[in-house]
Ligand binder design. Structure first.
Ligand code: WT7
Length: 662
């Protein structure tokens, strides 16, 4: 890769960072303070990966037994291994070593749903709690390699539970506590989880979520689960099943022996995280120990310029990969303070997130474009009535950020004194792939800029698979070499892992996204090229939603598309045809929506549901989503080539119909 900083650029505004004039502590210098330094490190990471990663691993992670091989295997074979021969423990790295060194440093600040309910957990206290939970797990008979499902609100106890799993070499499977009982059950069964950790209830934006009740319902179809540990979040009375359900406070208080960490192999499984693909069945991505930890610690340090004493608030729930990597493991592996934010950015009003920054002197804020856009819409007063002078780096993740939102974030939230870091990555990649380096990269609003260390991107022609090497090229985004935190497999379906990621294009990892590289070598992510849609940074497959819709017996067929949405990035639009002779009604609509919510969860609720007489198909009966997407987006005048449509008259009728409905 040969990239130069853009000298002058006619098409995009440029933001050149300078830590001396931006808000930066006088007694410190950033980890990377110039573009030359970034370039030199990136070049080394690609040309001498063994040297680069050996250094990073030794700086960031303590191994109990040193590794002998940095990396082996290949993407095309899908058998990548990192830091082989090494033994380590994640919870030791994230908790014990800081509890020894700086016991009273704050590990977690808990910002509860109701304002005013914040509390701090020091590294020493966190160690005590992690050890107690591990003790409870041992009393359940759990052993290294067993899987624990976690269905909890955003509370420090959720992070402690994850860490307790890693303490014993247990594999955690955190399921976002917004998923329905059906989705939870599917994930528990697929991962063969033996224990579930949950809470009596959850609280989000003042609303009660009945976690325990949902778990009870899910477990009706999960025979593998023998114990349920119930954290008392609200203290509400919930039914407890004798012999199976255990009270958190009681069980933890009975633990009186310190539980030492179990050192595991570098490639031992660490966690499973389910995500949506192009089919109806969610994929359980399997992440392993050393590569994941080195990957998240390295990126947390360099992409955010994090050091001890800093306070990061990553607003993503621990039920998503961002919560895993940058609310829990990355920050704690670096010994910094992480804010666990239980509420939503606009509860009870549009100042909430900014008040969190003010109250806890947050130095690094990491949130999603959808939050930025919706807070922007509420007006600058909500920002300006708070003191955000602690902020040093403001970052974005989850979907492409539009330049208007980027500039607002930079100027109104960051007061033009903080770099904006747009980080592009995926559940599969474990850590950042393409991101600016805060005090080194000249940024362009809307571009994720340049590859992270160890990442060699390629833009390929989607049809021929040929690499497009020049500037100003657009195609599918792939990665050419393995990096430490790449998921190693899809649980129980390695073939699907190979076909989806490794064999779509020869010899490279396929991201599923389209991207453009501009005249200065900057990467611009254009969104998914498969049937994955992204609503407020939540990833769903159209097939998953369609299969919920089709379960309604009145429905004949359905097609779901993602359309552009000003606030949520994309929104869900469902087209439905009914069985012959049936008439559409509000009642059918309501029952379809209820089914989607119970099968997947409220996040999958369509913004629009349109009944039509016929779906546009080609001669082979394949539904033409491209056309539906255009119609739903109000671009019926730009339908393009209609020669493949089996019955062109269906389109005219569809257009007329949709215009009345939307
Ligand atoms: C998909 C991955 C890991 C982050 C949370 C979402 C989209 C993610 C960006 C960004 C443009 C982005 C991509 C990707 N995406 N970050 N900064 N700019 N697009 O993880 O649920 O696995 O979704 O989110 O389409 O493939 P995920």
């Amino acid at each position: 890769m040969t990239v130069e900083e853009p000298k002058q650029n006619p098409t995009h505004a440029l933001y050149k960072p300078n830590f001396r004039t931006e808000r930066y502590p006088k007694n410190r210098t950033p980890w990377i303070s110039s573009f030359e330094q970034y370039k030199a490190m990136h070049e080394q990471s690609i040309n001498e990966p063994d040297v680069f990663w050996r250094l990073r691993a030794s700086e960031l992670v303590e191994f109990n037994t040193p590794f002998h091989t940095v990396c082996s295997g290949s993407l095309s074979e899908g058998n990548v291994k990192w830091f082989e021969g090494g033994k380590l423990n994640i919870s030791y790295n994230c908790v014990d070593r800081w509890a020894e060194k700086t016991p009273d440093a704050v590990a977690i600040i808990y910002e509860a749903d109701q304002p005013g309910g914040a509390k701090s957990v020091t590294y020493k206290e966190l160690l005590d709690q992690v050890s107690r939970i591990a003790g409870v797990f041992k009393s359940f008979g759990l052993e290294k390699g067993d899987t624990v499902a976690i269905y909890m609100p955003m509370v420090p106890e959720a992070a402690a539970t994850m860490l307790a799993c890693t303490r014993l070499g247990l594999v955690h499977n955190v399921v976002f506590a917004g998923f329905s009982a059906h989705s939870l059950a599917e994930r528990i069964r697929d991962s063969n989880s033996k224990v579930v950790v949950t809470s009596d209830q959850g609280l989000r934006g003042g609303k009660i979520i009945h976690n325990k009740k949902i778990v009870d319902e899910a477990l009706l179809t999960c025979p593998s689960v023998t114990k349920v540990l119930v954290f008392e979040r609200t203290g509400a009375e919930v039914p407890m099943q004798q012999g199976r359900d255990v009270s958190w406070s009681k069980a933890l208080s009975e633990q009186n022996e310190f539980v030492p960490p179990v050192f595991v192999d570098s490639e031992d499984p660490m966690f499973i995280m389910y995500t949506s693909g192009s089919t109806g069945k969610p994929k359980g991505l399997l992440h392993t120990t050393a590569g994941y930890l080195v990957g998240v610690a390295m990126t947390a340090r360099y992409s955010f310029d994090l050091s001890s004493g800093d306070v990061i608030c990553s607003t993503a729930d621990v039920g998503w990969i961002t919560g895993h990597s940058y609310a829990v493991y990355g920050p704690l592996c670096l010994g910094v303070t992480t804010v666990i934010f239980e509420s939503i950015p606009n509860y009870p009003d549009g100042s909430r997130l900014w008040k969190v920054v003010e109250d806890h002197k947050v130095t690094h804020l990491y949130t999603a474009p959808t939050a930025i856009r919706s807070l922007r819409r509420l007006g600058d007063e909500f920002v300006n009535c708070t003191d955000l002078s602690s902020l040093r780096v403001i970052a974005s993740v989850g979907e492409p950020i539009n330049p208007e939102a980027w500039v607002w974030y930079k100027s109104v939230v960051g007061k033009d004194l903080c770099p904006v870091v747009d980080t592009y990555w995926q559940t599969e990649t474990g850590s950042h792939l393409i991101t600016a380096i805060p005090f080194a990269t000249t940024t362009k609003p809307g571009s994720a800029t340049f590859p992270m260390f160890g990442i060699e991107p390629a833009i390929l022609d989607p049809n021929t698979g040929e690499e497009l090497t020049g500037p100003n090229v657009k195609g599918v985004l792939c990665i050419k070499k393995p990096w430490p935190s790449i998921a190693r497999s899809i649980l129980g379906d390695h073939d699907r892992y190979l076909t989806t990621y490794m064999h779509a294009y020869k010899g490279v990892y396929f991201t599923g996204d389209a991207a453009m590289r501009d005249e200065d070598g900057y990467y611009w992510i254009n969104g998914r090229v498969d049937d994955v849609i992204n609503v407020s940074g939540h990833r769903m497959s159209t097939a998953e939603i369609e299969s919920a819709i089709i379960q309604n017996e009145s429905v004949a067929e359905s097609a779901v598309v993602g359309i552009e949405d000003e606030i949520t990035g994309q929104s869900i639009c469902a087209f439905v045809t009914l069985q012959a002779g049936l008439k559409e009604s509000d009642q059918i609509k309501k029952s379809i929506i209820a089914k989607i919510r119970s099968e997947i969860g409220p996040i999958a609720t369509p913004k629009n549901l349109v009944f039509v007489n016929e779906l546009p198909k080609n001669r082979f009966g394949k539904i033409l989503r491209r056309i539906l997407r255009k119609i739903a987006s109000g671009e019926s005048d730009q339908l393009g080539d209609l020669s493949t449509v089996a019955d062109p008259h269906s389109i005219t009728e569809l257009v007329a119909r949709v215009h009345i409905m939307l």
